[in-house]
Design a protein around this ligand. Structure first.
Ligand code: CA
Length: 229
């Protein structure tokens, strides 16, 4: 799961941001001071940081500069004053994006998602050794055995991962449940293929926007399943 750090001293704003980001599947930590926020940012791996400018302990300018010395994590800076945003730009602190308060929580979520997928593409491009399958919003990192939907990581069990990867590597090919069971579980299918059905259902719940209208794994009635490309 992607982790986000919010460094914000106004509790009501921090809580609102946290609620919206958690609803979108992110794991969120709040720090209410600049100095404690910097500590957290340097000692824990976050996928993105939402940083307020006016903070007790250490201001956002300094926090941003010091995070940048050590880490590449995307930083989204927020401020109540438009002038501050211009100042941040002028200082070239290395923030990735800026938002002026007040903003709607859904706007924040949209920006966070956009940065996260851009960052993961860059990281992915730098690690040439990782074997990655990308189809529309679905990304399967075979090397790290991780699955992302629109940049957000989904937790997969070993067999769910193997099954999804096998289907995605063989798109537009219909496989019967017996065949999938033999290939993924390395066992002879013995009549009851409920295991495959259950795993497909769980995979769909994680990757499909609407499980009643699957965009990735289609059911071919009476035959089996096919990965759509
Ligand atoms: Ca503040």
């Amino acid at each position: 799961m992607s982790r986000i750090l919010i460094i914000e001293d106004e509790e009501s704003i921090a809580d609102l941001e946290k609620d919206y980001l958690e609803l979108s599947g992110f794991d969120v930590q709040i720090e209410s001071r600049g100095d404690s926020g910097l500590e957290a940012a340097l000692h824990t791996d976050f996928d993105l940081i939402v940083l307020d400018l006016m903070l007790p302990g250490m201001d956002g300018f300094e926090v941003c500069r010091r995070i940048r010395e050590k880490r590449d994590v995307p930083i989204l800076m927020v401020s109540a004053k438009k002038d501050d945003i211009d100042k941040i730009r002028g200082l070239g602190l290395g923030a990735d994006d800026y938002m002026t308060k007040p903003f709607s929580p859904s706007e924040l979520v949209a920006r966070v998602k956009a940065h996260m997928s851009r960052y993961q593409r860059l990281v992915g491009a730098g690690q040439k050794t990782n074997d990655i399958i990308e189809i529309r919003g679905l990304k399967i990192d075979k090397t790290a055995r991780r699955v992302y939907i629109d940049g957000v990581e989904k937790n997969f069990t070993t067999k769910e991962f193997d099954l999804l990867t096998f289907l995605a590597e063989n798109p537009n090919h219909v496989f019967s449940k017996d065949e999938l069971f033999r290939r993924i579980w390395n066992m002879e299918a013995v009549g009851d293929n409920a295991t495959v059905t259950v795993h497909i259902k769980k995979i769909r719940e994680k990757i499909e926007f609407d499980t009643s209208k699957p965009q990735y794994i289609e059911t071919i009635w009476g035959v089996g399943y096919r990965f759509r490309i």
